[in-house]
Design a protein around this ligand. Sequence first.
Ligand code: NAD
Length: 488
Amino acid sequence: MPSRELRAAAHTYNGLKVRHLINGELEDSPRRFSVIDPATEQPIADCPEATRDQLDRAVAGAVSAQRAWASIPVSERRLQIGRLAKVLLEHKDELARLITLEVGKPLTASLAEIQRAADSMLEITSVDIRTQVIRTDDRGVVELHFRPLGVIGAITPWNVPIALAAPKVASALYAGNSVVLKPSPNTPLATLRFGELVQDVLSPGLFNVLAGGNDCGQWMSEHPDIRKINFTGSVATGKRVMASAAGTLKRLTLELGGNDPAIVLEDAEVDKVAPKLFMGAFGLSGQVCMAIKRLYVHESIYERMVEAMTTLAQTVKVGDGFEDGVLLGPIQNKAQFAKVMALIEETKRLPNVRITTGGHALNRNGYFIAPTIVADILEGTRLVDEEPFGPILPILSFATEDEAIERANNSSFGLGGSVWTRDLRRGAQLAARLEAGFTWVNHHVGTTRDLPFGGVKESGLGRQGHAIGVQSDMEAQVVVVPPVSSQA
Ligand code: NAD
Protein backbone atom coordinates (compact mmCIF):
# COMPACT_ATOMS: atom_id res chain seq x y z
CA MET A 1 0.00 0.00 0.00
CA PRO A 2 1.48 3.45 -0.84
CA SER A 3 2.58 5.39 2.18
CA ARG A 4 0.01 8.19 1.85
CA GLU A 5 -2.83 5.67 1.87
CA LEU A 6 -1.27 3.98 4.84
CA ARG A 7 -1.16 7.25 6.67
CA ALA A 8 -4.82 7.87 5.85
CA ALA A 9 -5.75 4.39 7.01
CA ALA A 10 -3.99 5.14 10.24
CA HIS A 11 -5.97 8.31 10.69
CA THR A 12 -9.20 6.38 10.67
CA TYR A 13 -8.16 5.94 14.31
CA ASN A 14 -8.82 9.62 14.85
CA GLY A 15 -11.28 9.64 17.71
CA LEU A 16 -10.71 5.91 18.21
CA LYS A 17 -12.63 4.40 21.13
CA VAL A 18 -10.49 2.05 23.16
CA ARG A 19 -11.51 0.43 26.44
CA HIS A 20 -9.96 -1.40 29.35
CA LEU A 21 -10.35 -5.16 29.69
CA ILE A 22 -11.49 -5.75 33.29
CA ASN A 23 -12.52 -9.21 34.45
CA GLY A 24 -13.59 -10.15 30.92
CA GLU A 25 -15.60 -6.97 30.24
CA LEU A 26 -14.64 -3.95 28.12
CA GLU A 27 -15.01 -0.79 30.19
CA ASP A 28 -14.77 2.95 29.76
CA SER A 29 -13.80 5.41 32.53
CA PRO A 30 -15.29 8.73 33.59
CA ARG A 31 -11.89 10.44 33.13
CA ARG A 32 -10.00 10.50 29.83
CA PHE A 33 -6.61 11.71 28.62
CA SER A 34 -5.32 12.57 25.15
CA VAL A 35 -2.87 10.40 23.26
CA ILE A 36 -0.64 12.45 20.94
CA ASP A 37 0.84 11.45 17.56
CA PRO A 38 4.54 12.39 17.95
CA ALA A 39 4.95 12.88 14.19
CA THR A 40 2.27 15.61 14.02
CA GLU A 41 1.79 16.69 17.68
CA GLN A 42 -1.97 16.16 17.08
CA PRO A 43 -4.26 14.17 19.41
CA ILE A 44 -5.11 10.71 18.09
CA ALA A 45 -7.51 9.41 20.70
CA ASP A 46 -9.09 10.05 24.07
CA CYS A 47 -8.04 7.20 26.31
CA PRO A 48 -9.96 6.11 29.42
CA GLU A 49 -8.00 6.56 32.66
CA ALA A 50 -8.58 3.72 35.12
CA THR A 51 -9.96 4.60 38.53
CA ARG A 52 -8.86 2.96 41.76
CA ASP A 53 -12.14 1.05 41.81
CA GLN A 54 -11.50 -0.32 38.31
CA LEU A 55 -8.04 -1.49 39.32
CA ASP A 56 -9.46 -3.16 42.44
CA ARG A 57 -12.10 -4.96 40.36
CA ALA A 58 -9.47 -6.10 37.83
CA VAL A 59 -7.32 -7.47 40.66
CA ALA A 60 -10.31 -9.18 42.32
CA GLY A 61 -11.22 -10.82 38.99
CA ALA A 62 -7.60 -11.88 38.53
CA VAL A 63 -7.48 -13.42 42.03
CA SER A 64 -10.49 -15.65 41.42
CA ALA A 65 -9.55 -16.60 37.81
CA GLN A 66 -6.04 -17.60 38.84
CA ARG A 67 -7.12 -20.47 41.11
CA ALA A 68 -8.66 -22.51 38.29
CA TRP A 69 -5.90 -21.55 35.85
CA ALA A 70 -3.15 -22.77 38.20
CA SER A 71 -4.73 -26.21 38.36
CA ILE A 72 -4.86 -26.89 34.61
CA PRO A 73 -1.96 -28.73 32.96
CA VAL A 74 0.96 -26.71 31.66
CA SER A 75 0.34 -28.15 28.17
CA GLU A 76 -3.14 -26.57 28.15
CA ARG A 77 -1.75 -23.23 29.35
CA ARG A 78 0.77 -23.39 26.51
CA LEU A 79 -2.05 -23.90 24.00
CA GLN A 80 -4.05 -20.98 25.29
CA ILE A 81 -1.04 -18.64 25.28
CA GLY A 82 -0.43 -19.81 21.71
CA ARG A 83 -3.92 -18.50 20.91
CA LEU A 84 -2.95 -15.06 22.24
CA ALA A 85 0.10 -15.10 19.96
CA LYS A 86 -2.12 -16.10 17.02
CA VAL A 87 -4.42 -13.13 17.63
CA LEU A 88 -1.38 -10.83 17.55
CA LEU A 89 -0.36 -12.20 14.17
CA GLU A 90 -3.90 -12.16 12.75
CA HIS A 91 -4.13 -8.45 13.62
CA LYS A 92 -0.52 -7.62 12.82
CA ASP A 93 -1.27 -4.81 10.35
CA GLU A 94 -3.82 -3.03 12.54
CA LEU A 95 -1.67 -3.25 15.69
CA ALA A 96 1.47 -2.19 13.82
CA ARG A 97 -0.29 0.89 12.41
CA LEU A 98 -1.41 1.81 15.93
CA ILE A 99 2.15 1.45 17.22
CA THR A 100 3.54 3.66 14.46
CA LEU A 101 0.82 6.19 15.15
CA GLU A 102 1.39 6.42 18.91
CA VAL A 103 5.16 5.66 19.19
CA GLY A 104 6.26 7.18 15.86
CA LYS A 105 8.58 4.34 14.82
CA PRO A 106 8.75 3.21 11.15
CA LEU A 107 5.96 0.86 10.12
CA THR A 108 8.48 -1.88 9.27
CA ALA A 109 9.75 -1.71 12.87
CA SER A 110 6.18 -1.87 14.23
CA LEU A 111 5.42 -4.94 12.09
CA ALA A 112 8.64 -6.53 13.34
CA GLU A 113 7.60 -5.67 16.90
CA ILE A 114 4.34 -7.63 16.58
CA GLN A 115 6.15 -10.60 15.06
CA ARG A 116 8.72 -10.49 17.86
CA ALA A 117 5.97 -10.26 20.48
CA ALA A 118 4.24 -13.37 19.10
CA ASP A 119 7.54 -15.24 18.82
CA SER A 120 8.46 -14.35 22.38
CA MET A 121 5.20 -15.81 23.70
CA LEU A 122 5.99 -19.11 22.01
CA GLU A 123 9.65 -19.05 23.11
CA ILE A 124 8.60 -18.62 26.73
CA THR A 125 6.13 -21.47 26.62
CA SER A 126 8.86 -23.83 25.43
CA VAL A 127 10.65 -23.46 28.78
CA ASP A 128 10.62 -26.54 31.02
CA ILE A 129 9.00 -25.74 34.39
CA ARG A 130 8.44 -29.30 35.58
CA THR A 131 9.22 -30.43 39.11
CA GLN A 132 12.89 -31.31 39.51
CA VAL A 133 14.36 -34.07 41.69
CA ILE A 134 17.19 -32.54 43.73
CA ARG A 135 18.34 -35.84 45.15
CA THR A 136 17.19 -39.38 45.65
CA ASP A 137 19.22 -41.63 47.97
CA ASP A 138 18.93 -43.55 51.21
CA ARG A 139 17.76 -40.37 52.94
CA GLY A 140 14.70 -40.31 50.68
CA VAL A 141 13.60 -38.11 47.80
CA VAL A 142 13.84 -34.34 47.67
CA GLU A 143 11.85 -32.56 44.97
CA LEU A 144 11.93 -28.94 43.85
CA HIS A 145 8.46 -27.71 42.91
CA PHE A 146 7.60 -24.37 41.34
CA ARG A 147 4.30 -22.85 42.37
CA PRO A 148 2.56 -19.84 40.84
CA LEU A 149 2.60 -16.59 42.80
CA GLY A 150 -1.00 -15.43 42.18
CA VAL A 151 -1.65 -12.11 40.43
CA ILE A 152 1.24 -10.43 38.59
CA GLY A 153 1.14 -6.73 37.72
CA ALA A 154 2.93 -5.85 34.47
CA ILE A 155 3.92 -2.22 33.81
CA THR A 156 5.44 -1.15 30.48
CA PRO A 157 7.15 1.97 29.00
CA TRP A 158 6.40 3.81 25.76
CA ASN A 159 9.13 2.68 23.39
CA VAL A 160 8.13 -0.92 22.62
CA PRO A 161 4.59 -1.36 23.98
CA ILE A 162 3.59 -4.77 22.62
CA ALA A 163 6.92 -6.61 22.42
CA LEU A 164 7.67 -5.69 26.05
CA ALA A 165 4.18 -6.60 27.30
CA ALA A 166 3.91 -9.94 25.46
CA PRO A 167 6.72 -11.83 27.24
CA LYS A 168 5.58 -10.51 30.64
CA VAL A 169 2.04 -11.74 29.95
CA ALA A 170 3.17 -15.09 28.52
CA SER A 171 5.62 -15.76 31.33
CA ALA A 172 3.12 -14.91 34.09
CA LEU A 173 0.32 -17.00 32.54
CA TYR A 174 2.56 -19.93 31.65
CA ALA A 175 3.73 -20.06 35.28
CA GLY A 176 0.08 -20.31 36.39
CA ASN A 177 -0.54 -16.70 37.38
CA SER A 178 -3.12 -14.17 36.25
CA VAL A 179 -2.13 -10.71 34.96
CA VAL A 180 -3.04 -7.05 35.24
CA LEU A 181 -1.20 -5.12 32.52
CA LYS A 182 -0.76 -1.34 32.47
CA PRO A 183 0.89 0.34 29.46
CA SER A 184 2.50 3.79 29.50
CA PRO A 185 -0.03 6.65 29.38
CA ASN A 186 2.00 7.96 26.40
CA THR A 187 1.31 4.83 24.31
CA PRO A 188 -1.72 2.90 25.61
CA LEU A 189 -3.60 2.32 22.34
CA ALA A 190 -2.08 -0.83 20.81
CA THR A 191 -2.03 -2.51 24.23
CA LEU A 192 -5.69 -1.70 24.96
CA ARG A 193 -6.62 -2.82 21.45
CA PHE A 194 -4.80 -6.12 22.08
CA GLY A 195 -6.90 -6.53 25.25
CA GLU A 196 -10.07 -5.96 23.24
CA LEU A 197 -9.02 -8.48 20.60
CA VAL A 198 -8.36 -11.26 23.11
CA GLN A 199 -11.40 -10.56 25.28
CA ASP A 200 -12.87 -14.01 24.63
CA VAL A 201 -9.67 -16.01 24.29
CA LEU A 202 -9.03 -16.68 27.99
CA SER A 203 -11.38 -17.12 30.95
CA PRO A 204 -12.61 -13.76 32.32
CA GLY A 205 -10.19 -12.18 34.79
CA LEU A 206 -7.06 -14.07 33.76
CA PHE A 207 -5.73 -11.23 31.64
CA ASN A 208 -6.71 -7.62 32.39
CA VAL A 209 -5.51 -4.47 30.62
CA LEU A 210 -5.93 -1.02 32.16
CA ALA A 211 -4.72 2.32 30.89
CA GLY A 212 -3.74 4.76 33.57
CA GLY A 213 -1.23 7.29 34.70
CA ASN A 214 1.71 6.95 37.03
CA ASP A 215 -0.61 6.88 40.04
CA CYS A 216 -2.20 3.69 38.67
CA GLY A 217 1.28 2.13 38.53
CA GLN A 218 1.82 3.10 42.14
CA TRP A 219 -1.56 1.62 43.20
CA MET A 220 -0.50 -1.62 41.51
CA SER A 221 2.88 -1.64 43.25
CA GLU A 222 1.20 -1.16 46.64
CA HIS A 223 -1.78 -3.46 46.04
CA PRO A 224 -2.04 -6.20 48.70
CA ASP A 225 -3.47 -8.78 46.26
CA ILE A 226 -0.80 -8.35 43.58
CA ARG A 227 2.08 -10.69 44.45
CA LYS A 228 4.65 -9.45 41.96
CA ILE A 229 5.39 -6.46 39.74
CA ASN A 230 7.14 -7.12 36.46
CA PHE A 231 8.24 -3.62 35.48
CA THR A 232 10.05 -2.12 32.50
CA GLY A 233 10.92 1.56 32.58
CA SER A 234 13.44 4.07 33.89
CA VAL A 235 15.82 3.57 36.81
CA ALA A 236 14.13 6.38 38.77
CA THR A 237 10.66 4.83 38.44
CA GLY A 238 12.04 1.35 39.14
CA LYS A 239 13.31 2.62 42.49
CA ARG A 240 9.86 4.06 43.23
CA VAL A 241 8.23 0.74 42.37
CA MET A 242 10.64 -1.04 44.71
CA ALA A 243 9.79 1.36 47.54
CA SER A 244 6.02 1.03 46.95
CA ALA A 245 6.29 -2.76 46.79
CA ALA A 246 8.20 -3.02 50.06
CA GLY A 247 5.07 -2.79 52.20
CA THR A 248 3.77 -6.10 50.84
CA LEU A 249 7.19 -7.61 50.15
CA LYS A 250 6.25 -8.17 46.51
CA ARG A 251 8.45 -10.11 44.16
CA LEU A 252 10.00 -7.84 41.54
CA THR A 253 11.46 -8.04 38.09
CA LEU A 254 12.83 -4.63 37.14
CA GLU A 255 14.00 -4.05 33.56
CA LEU A 256 15.47 -0.56 33.74
CA GLY A 257 17.54 1.87 31.76
CA GLY A 258 20.92 1.31 30.17
CA ASN A 259 24.00 3.21 29.09
CA ASP A 260 25.51 0.47 26.96
CA PRO A 261 29.13 0.68 25.83
CA ALA A 262 30.33 -0.75 22.53
CA ILE A 263 34.10 -1.23 22.26
CA VAL A 264 35.64 -1.29 18.77
CA LEU A 265 39.13 -2.82 18.69
CA GLU A 266 41.91 -1.77 16.31
CA ASP A 267 41.42 -4.75 13.97
CA ALA A 268 37.75 -3.97 13.18
CA GLU A 269 36.93 -3.01 9.58
CA VAL A 270 35.47 0.48 9.90
CA ASP A 271 33.35 0.39 6.72
CA LYS A 272 31.91 -2.99 7.60
CA VAL A 273 31.03 -2.37 11.25
CA ALA A 274 29.97 1.31 11.07
CA PRO A 275 26.46 0.65 9.62
CA LYS A 276 25.78 -1.98 12.30
CA LEU A 277 27.07 0.30 15.05
CA PHE A 278 24.98 3.13 13.67
CA MET A 279 21.71 1.19 13.81
CA GLY A 280 22.70 -0.25 17.21
CA ALA A 281 22.89 3.32 18.49
CA PHE A 282 20.22 5.12 16.44
CA GLY A 283 17.57 2.44 15.82
CA LEU A 284 14.16 3.74 17.05
CA SER A 285 15.94 7.12 17.26
CA GLY A 286 18.02 5.94 20.21
CA GLN A 287 14.94 5.15 22.30
CA VAL A 288 16.00 1.58 23.09
CA CYS A 289 17.07 0.44 26.56
CA MET A 290 19.93 -1.66 25.15
CA ALA A 291 21.01 0.76 22.41
CA ILE A 292 24.69 1.67 22.11
CA LYS A 293 24.96 4.87 24.15
CA ARG A 294 28.76 5.13 24.49
CA LEU A 295 30.97 4.17 21.54
CA TYR A 296 34.61 3.45 22.52
CA VAL A 297 36.88 3.29 19.45
CA HIS A 298 40.60 2.43 19.37
CA GLU A 299 42.65 5.56 18.75
CA SER A 300 44.20 4.13 15.54
CA ILE A 301 40.82 4.04 13.76
CA TYR A 302 39.03 6.79 15.74
CA GLU A 303 38.95 9.53 13.07
CA ARG A 304 37.84 7.12 10.35
CA MET A 305 35.03 5.86 12.59
CA VAL A 306 33.86 9.39 13.46
CA GLU A 307 33.80 10.20 9.74
CA ALA A 308 31.88 7.02 8.82
CA MET A 309 29.28 7.55 11.58
CA THR A 310 28.91 11.21 10.58
CA THR A 311 28.21 10.24 6.96
CA LEU A 312 25.63 7.65 8.03
CA ALA A 313 23.90 10.20 10.30
CA GLN A 314 23.75 12.68 7.42
CA THR A 315 22.29 10.22 4.93
CA VAL A 316 19.76 8.28 7.03
CA LYS A 317 16.13 9.16 6.28
CA VAL A 318 14.39 10.72 9.28
CA GLY A 319 10.64 11.34 9.17
CA ASP A 320 7.11 10.13 9.60
CA GLY A 321 7.07 6.40 10.32
CA PHE A 322 4.43 5.87 7.62
CA GLU A 323 6.69 7.27 4.86
CA ASP A 324 8.54 4.80 2.66
CA GLY A 325 12.25 4.48 3.37
CA VAL A 326 12.14 6.26 6.74
CA LEU A 327 14.55 4.59 9.17
CA LEU A 328 14.27 6.96 12.12
CA GLY A 329 11.04 8.45 13.48
CA PRO A 330 10.43 11.18 16.05
CA ILE A 331 11.05 11.18 19.79
CA GLN A 332 7.92 9.69 21.30
CA ASN A 333 6.81 12.55 23.54
CA LYS A 334 7.29 16.22 24.22
CA ALA A 335 8.94 15.82 27.66
CA GLN A 336 11.55 13.40 26.27
CA PHE A 337 12.12 15.68 23.26
CA ALA A 338 12.77 18.62 25.62
CA LYS A 339 15.12 16.48 27.72
CA VAL A 340 17.22 15.40 24.71
CA MET A 341 17.32 18.96 23.30
CA ALA A 342 18.52 20.29 26.68
CA LEU A 343 21.27 17.65 26.70
CA ILE A 344 22.32 18.69 23.18
CA GLU A 345 22.48 22.37 24.19
CA GLU A 346 24.53 21.49 27.29
CA THR A 347 26.90 19.37 25.18
CA LYS A 348 27.39 22.25 22.72
CA ARG A 349 28.69 24.40 25.57
CA LEU A 350 31.43 21.88 26.56
CA PRO A 351 34.96 23.07 25.62
CA ASN A 352 36.84 21.19 22.85
CA VAL A 353 33.92 18.88 22.08
CA ARG A 354 33.07 18.40 18.38
CA ILE A 355 29.49 17.96 17.21
CA THR A 356 30.24 16.61 13.75
CA THR A 357 26.63 16.52 12.57
CA GLY A 358 23.11 17.18 13.89
CA GLY A 359 22.71 19.07 17.13
CA HIS A 360 19.30 20.53 16.28
CA ALA A 361 15.61 19.73 15.94
CA LEU A 362 14.16 19.30 12.44
CA ASN A 363 12.30 22.31 11.10
CA ARG A 364 8.88 20.68 10.93
CA ASN A 365 5.98 19.63 13.15
CA GLY A 366 6.59 16.63 15.37
CA TYR A 367 9.29 15.78 17.89
CA PHE A 368 12.08 15.21 15.35
CA ILE A 369 15.79 15.60 16.18
CA ALA A 370 18.58 15.29 13.63
CA PRO A 371 20.88 12.32 14.38
CA THR A 372 23.75 13.82 16.34
CA ILE A 373 27.35 12.60 16.57
CA VAL A 374 29.61 13.96 19.32
CA ALA A 375 33.39 13.44 19.16
CA ASP A 376 36.28 14.25 21.51
CA ILE A 377 34.07 13.96 24.57
CA LEU A 378 35.00 12.31 27.87
CA GLU A 379 33.41 10.73 30.90
CA GLY A 380 32.27 13.21 33.55
CA THR A 381 29.80 14.82 31.13
CA ARG A 382 26.04 14.14 31.30
CA LEU A 383 25.97 12.87 27.72
CA VAL A 384 28.45 10.09 28.53
CA ASP A 385 27.43 9.30 32.11
CA GLU A 386 23.62 9.35 31.78
CA GLU A 387 21.10 7.66 29.49
CA PRO A 388 20.08 10.19 26.78
CA PHE A 389 17.35 7.99 25.19
CA GLY A 390 17.44 9.94 21.95
CA PRO A 391 19.36 10.17 18.63
CA ILE A 392 22.70 11.37 20.00
CA LEU A 393 25.90 9.33 20.31
CA PRO A 394 29.19 10.21 22.04
CA ILE A 395 32.29 8.61 20.46
CA LEU A 396 35.27 8.20 22.80
CA SER A 397 38.86 7.21 21.98
CA PHE A 398 40.92 4.61 23.91
CA ALA A 399 44.48 3.28 23.74
CA THR A 400 44.44 -0.19 25.40
CA GLU A 401 41.76 -2.83 25.84
CA ASP A 402 42.17 -2.85 29.64
CA GLU A 403 41.56 0.88 29.66
CA ALA A 404 38.46 0.47 27.46
CA ILE A 405 36.98 -2.22 29.71
CA GLU A 406 37.67 -0.19 32.84
CA ARG A 407 36.05 2.94 31.41
CA ALA A 408 33.09 0.98 30.02
CA ASN A 409 32.49 -0.62 33.43
CA ASN A 410 32.80 2.63 35.35
CA SER A 411 29.04 3.23 35.29
CA SER A 412 26.06 2.72 37.56
CA PHE A 413 24.30 1.07 34.58
CA GLY A 414 24.87 -2.51 33.43
CA LEU A 415 22.29 -3.57 30.87
CA GLY A 416 24.19 -4.56 27.72
CA GLY A 417 27.56 -4.15 26.05
CA SER A 418 29.50 -5.30 23.00
CA VAL A 419 32.99 -5.82 21.61
CA TRP A 420 33.78 -5.46 17.90
CA THR A 421 36.78 -7.31 16.46
CA ARG A 422 37.81 -9.80 13.79
CA ASP A 423 39.26 -12.03 16.55
CA LEU A 424 36.19 -13.78 17.98
CA ARG A 425 38.07 -15.46 20.83
CA ARG A 426 39.48 -12.14 22.01
CA GLY A 427 36.04 -10.57 21.57
CA ALA A 428 34.38 -13.26 23.69
CA GLN A 429 36.95 -12.86 26.46
CA LEU A 430 36.48 -9.09 26.57
CA ALA A 431 32.67 -9.30 26.31
CA ALA A 432 32.67 -11.52 29.41
CA ARG A 433 34.61 -8.83 31.30
CA LEU A 434 31.89 -6.23 30.71
CA GLU A 435 29.73 -5.62 33.78
CA ALA A 436 26.42 -6.13 32.01
CA GLY A 437 23.57 -8.63 31.96
CA PHE A 438 23.76 -9.24 28.20
CA THR A 439 26.81 -8.92 25.97
CA TRP A 440 27.54 -9.51 22.30
CA VAL A 441 30.52 -9.85 19.97
CA ASN A 442 30.11 -7.94 16.67
CA HIS A 443 26.44 -7.25 17.37
CA HIS A 444 24.37 -5.01 19.63
CA VAL A 445 20.61 -4.83 20.40
CA GLY A 446 18.12 -7.65 20.17
CA THR A 447 17.41 -10.84 22.04
CA THR A 448 15.05 -13.77 21.91
CA ARG A 449 13.08 -14.91 24.93
CA ASP A 450 14.69 -18.31 25.18
CA LEU A 451 17.64 -16.30 26.58
CA PRO A 452 17.56 -14.60 30.00
CA PHE A 453 17.54 -10.82 29.55
CA GLY A 454 18.11 -8.21 32.25
CA GLY A 455 20.57 -5.83 33.77
CA VAL A 456 23.12 -5.71 36.58
CA LYS A 457 23.77 -2.77 38.92
CA GLU A 458 21.08 -0.07 38.51
CA SER A 459 19.90 -1.46 35.16
CA GLY A 460 17.61 -3.88 36.90
CA LEU A 461 16.77 -6.81 39.04
CA GLY A 462 16.06 -10.35 37.84
CA ARG A 463 15.75 -11.68 34.30
CA GLN A 464 13.00 -12.18 31.77
CA GLY A 465 12.79 -15.09 29.39
CA HIS A 466 14.45 -18.52 29.71
CA ALA A 467 13.72 -20.78 32.71
CA ILE A 468 15.33 -18.12 34.95
CA GLY A 469 12.64 -15.62 33.97
CA VAL A 470 9.69 -17.99 34.19
CA GLN A 471 10.86 -19.32 37.56
CA SER A 472 10.96 -15.74 38.84
CA ASP A 473 7.18 -15.66 38.26
CA MET A 474 6.95 -18.65 40.61
CA GLU A 475 7.90 -19.57 44.15
CA ALA A 476 10.30 -22.45 44.72
CA GLN A 477 9.09 -25.10 47.15
CA VAL A 478 11.15 -28.02 48.45
CA VAL A 479 9.30 -31.26 49.26
CA VAL A 480 11.30 -33.75 51.34
CA VAL A 481 10.00 -37.34 51.46
CA PRO A 482 11.77 -39.87 53.72
CA PRO A 483 12.72 -43.38 52.47
CA VAL A 484 10.01 -46.04 52.56
CA SER A 485 12.07 -47.93 55.18
CA SER A 486 11.61 -45.06 57.65
CA GLN A 487 7.84 -45.50 57.76
CA ALA A 488 6.49 -46.35 61.18
P1 NAD B 1 8.99 5.46 33.02
O1 NAD B 1 9.77 4.85 34.12
O2 NAD B 1 8.72 6.91 33.04
O3 NAD B 1 7.54 4.76 32.91
C1 NAD B 1 7.39 3.37 32.74
C2 NAD B 1 6.04 2.94 33.28
O4 NAD B 1 6.00 3.16 34.69
C3 NAD B 1 4.83 3.70 32.71
O5 NAD B 1 3.78 2.77 32.46
C4 NAD B 1 4.45 4.65 33.85
O6 NAD B 1 3.10 5.02 33.85
C5 NAD B 1 4.78 3.78 35.06
N1 NAD B 1 5.01 4.53 36.31
C6 NAD B 1 5.39 5.81 36.47
N2 NAD B 1 5.50 6.11 37.78
C7 NAD B 1 5.20 4.98 38.46
C8 NAD B 1 5.16 4.64 39.85
N3 NAD B 1 5.47 5.54 40.79
N4 NAD B 1 4.85 3.38 40.18
C9 NAD B 1 4.58 2.45 39.24
N5 NAD B 1 4.58 2.72 37.90
C10 NAD B 1 4.89 3.97 37.53
O7 NAD B 1 9.74 5.02 31.69
P2 NAD B 1 9.48 5.52 30.20
O8 NAD B 1 9.93 6.94 30.11
O9 NAD B 1 8.10 5.16 29.79
O10 NAD B 1 10.48 4.56 29.38
C11 NAD B 1 11.81 4.85 29.12
C12 NAD B 1 12.73 4.11 30.07
O11 NAD B 1 12.46 2.70 30.03
C13 NAD B 1 14.20 4.24 29.69
O12 NAD B 1 14.97 4.47 30.84
C14 NAD B 1 14.54 2.87 29.08
O13 NAD B 1 15.91 2.52 29.14
C15 NAD B 1 13.69 1.97 29.91
N6 NAD B 1 13.47 0.70 29.22
C16 NAD B 1 14.08 -0.42 29.72
C17 NAD B 1 13.94 -1.64 29.05
C18 NAD B 1 14.61 -2.91 29.54
O14 NAD B 1 14.24 -3.99 29.08
N7 NAD B 1 15.58 -2.83 30.46
C19 NAD B 1 13.17 -1.70 27.89
C20 NAD B 1 12.55 -0.53 27.42
C21 NAD B 1 12.71 0.66 28.10
